[in-house]
Design a protein around this ligand. Structure first.
Ligand code: SF4
Length: 285
């Protein structure tokens, strides 16, 4: 496979066959995200991508899972997505699912019938960065999406049979905004009812450029924020994960049955956490 830039993928896609059908992110404005900074957005020519699919199918004919990179592949036109999915279905007879990163406005730009067609062609999971349910905070970090729009997008995608895998960012509101970020995010997620939910922790790294006055939360405050968020969640059928390296401990559970156990586990950890700084930072930043 041809990877022209550093490749990012969700942890759950470690075993998938990954094709970089575009490089970079078509938005690339989010202050908290350094993933594609300095990478010009470029969609690869369709013939080149389809030829790469065919070449990969000769080497990995049994492949069942595919991830299409980079950022917001749902921003590609419906026709282009359909053509890629049709090719993947034809070339990989055992194909079970194709997953992508997706922004809310890109999902909303597709009609219900288009979303349904893509699902029938085995588009499966849309990884959507909600980051926060706090509308003001999303503006401050230049997300370029509203929480209400992201909620509507995930609900529409899920109504078409796709799965929304939604990411939220602990610590995004800083010290001052922590409680409101936790409460607004829980309330938004309750309306959205994503099938999958991941909590990652925001850590400033080269390339991030947070808003003026942002004060990073400590490790202790980030986990306290997560406890507050979990307590506010009324999810009917959601798999929850906080297993990214940015989290102090890997967590996994199902809502609603595991909520109290997750909260108890996190509370038991609090005395051991760093109250002044970020604690142990992930090696893979
Ligand atoms: S968070 Fe997503 S939409 Fe924002 S810049 Fe990063 S990849 Fe692009």
């Amino acid at each position: 496979m041809q990877y022209t830039e550093r490749l990012f993928r969700p942890p759950a896609e470690a075993e998938s066959l990954i094709f970089q059908v575009a490089t970079g992110c078509p938005h690339n404005t989010c202050r908290f995200c350094a993933m594609y900074k300095g990478v010009p957005y470029r969609v690869r020519p369709q013939e080149e991508v389809l030829a790469e699919f065919a070449q990969a199918a000769r080497r990995y004919p049994e492949e069942r899972r595919v991830f299409l990179a980079d950022g917001d592949v749902m921003a590609l036109s419906f026709e282009r997505l359909r053509a890629m999915l049709e090719a993947l279905n034809r070339l990989f007879p055992k194909l079970a699912r194709v997953n992508v990163y997706a922004n809310g406005s890109s999902i909303l730009a597709k009609s219900d019938a288009e979303l349904e067609t893509l699902r029938q062609l085995k588009l499966n999971t849309l990884y959507v960065g909600l980051e926060s349910g706090d509308e003001e905070l999303l503006k401050k970090v230049d997300k370029g999406e509203t929480a209400a729009g992201l909620c509507a997008a995930v609900r529409r995608a899920q109504a078409a049979g796709l799965k929304g895998s939604v990411m939220v960012l602990l610590g995004l509101g800083g010290r001052e905004g922590s409680a409101h970020h936790a409460d607004a995010t829980a309330a938004l997620l309750n309306r959205m009812q994503p099938r999958l939910l991941s909590a990652l922790r925001f850590v400033e790294v080269p390339g991030t450029d947070m808003y003026e006055g942002y004060q990073a939360v400590s490790e202790y405050e980030a986990v306290s924020e997560l406890i507050r968020m979990l307590r506010g969640l009324e999810l009917e059928k959601t798999v929850f994960r906080a297993n990214h390296t940015s989290n102090p401990v890997p967590l996994e559970g199902r809502f609603p049955k595991d909520r109290e156990a997750l909260v108890s586990l996190l509370k038991s950890l609090l005395p051991r956490l760093d109250k002044r700084g970020p604690g142990r930072l992930p090696f893979s930043l």
